[in-house]
Design a protein around this ligand. Structure first.
Ligand code: G6P
Length: 365
């Protein structure tokens, strides 16, 4: 087993460190700058859909939520995102111009499989965004976009998440190009940025000592709040999910702009608040959210882009990440949050790879 962990103390840490090459695999051969497009080999006419339903569970659901922002932005298609256990029973409005995108690492999650069947019964075309080759879901979708993350053993998903995000970026580009909503210049720029991701994630992994310091400082907290906006809202939710899954610390996430409608009441000097404050169109608004937390005595841990020295005035701790196109920020930003969950769980003596009550894939309802 020690050999399988490749010298790392846990599968989860090994898988976190595999993320640069996982991204190489996911993107490999699929980016075509000359045509300003991606080549996904999908047997689907992407121009014919007028709405998208994204369906998934757990971490895959958060990848789907990022996908909603991307597809709406680049392909101007209305996108709904549901957790599969809700979708199956909510009487969704579907027709033959609906594309159902089901996202699953294992390809075996029963709720996701049943939600896929429900969408198909109602006439949707279907696309799986899947890791495990030949898994149940891939046998029932019209097309599959494999994420090529390799086997994921740690129960808490890490490398499959970044691979799913990269796949959703490519899908949004493909839809945008097929529909004529994404011009060649913008597409080329995004492709160039996607190519940089493996290197940027590699660089982000080097920030582990700062994350370890933050974990050391806050691991006795009983609650954490994670805030983000736009594409970084799902990142906040994924950060909170990772922390609760493996450290058992209660963690909640909110879109930062919604904080004033409830969670602001929780803020006090014992509450660490992780704020995704990377560069992007909503940066200034996020900064005001940080000031609101700080003014109420909350302990702000900001995740900021390299070079943002000003943020130090408002945040007690800052974890810097390399700057990247705002639509790709979730891929880089989730890495320190995975490490924060990992380091915290280790400090608390938790069973990182086999957290209590959780299963790697849930095949019963
Ligand atoms: C379980 C796992 C999660 C995973 C979810 C969905 O709850 O513990 O890590 O995100 O299932 O799994 P899937 O294989 O469908 O992506």
């Amino acid at each position: 087993e020690a050999a399988e962990k490749g010298g790392y103390p846990h599968y989860m840490l090994k898988e976190i460190y595999e993320q640069p090459w996982v991204l190489e695999n996911t993107l490999g051969g699929r980016l075509h700058e000359e045509e300003a497009n991606v080549e996904l080999g999908l047997d689907l006419d992407l121009a014919r859909f007028d709405r998208v339903h994204v369906i998934a569970c757990g971490t895959a659901f958060y990848a789907g939520w990022v996908g909603k922002y991307l597809i709406e932005e680049l392909a101007r298609l209305p996108v709904e995102v549901d957790v599969a256990s809700e979708y199956r029973y909510r009487n969704p409005v579907v027709d033959e111009r609906t594309l159902a995108v089901v996202i699953s690492q294992s390809g075996e999650t029963i709720d996701t499989l049943e939600a896929l069947r429900e969408a198909k019964r109602r006439g949707a075309a279907s696309l799986g965004v899947i890791n495990v080759k030949g898994s149940s879901i891939t046998r029932e979708t019209d097309a599959t976009l494999y994420i090529h993350a390799g086997p994921e053993i740690g129960v808490a998903s890490t490398k499959a998440y970044v691979a799913m995000l990269a796949a959703m970026e490519m899908l949004a580009i493909a839809l945008g190009r097929a529909r004529g909503t994404l011009d060649a210049g913008t597409a080329r720029r995004l492709l160039g940025e996607l190519r940089k991701l493996p290197r940027l994630v590699e660089e982000t992994l080097e920030r582990r000592p700062i994350v370890a310091h933050v974990a050391e400082k806050y691991h006795q907290a009983t609650d954490f709040l994670f805030l983000g906006r736009h594409v970084q809202s799902p990142t906040a939710y994924e950060g909170a999910l990772k922390l609760k899954e493996i450290s058992y610390i209660h963690a909640e996430a909110y879109p930062a702009g919604e904080m004033k409608h409830g969670p602001i009441a929780l803020i006090d000097p014992r509450l660490p608040v992780v704020v995704l404050a990377t560069q992007g169109p909503l940066y200034e608004k996020t900064l005001s959210n940080i000031q609101e937390v700080a003014a109420r005595g909350g302990r702000v841990i900001a995740l900021a882009s390299d070079g943002d020295e000003g943020i130090r005035q408002h945040a007690e701790d800052v974890i810097y990440v390399p700057e990247v196109h705002p639509l790709l920020a979730p891929i880089v930003s989730v890495v320190p949050l995975q490490l924060l969950a990992y380091e915290t769980a280790v400090l608390l003596g938790r069973d990182v790879d086999q957290p209590r009550n959780l299963a790697k894939s849930v095949t019963v309802e």
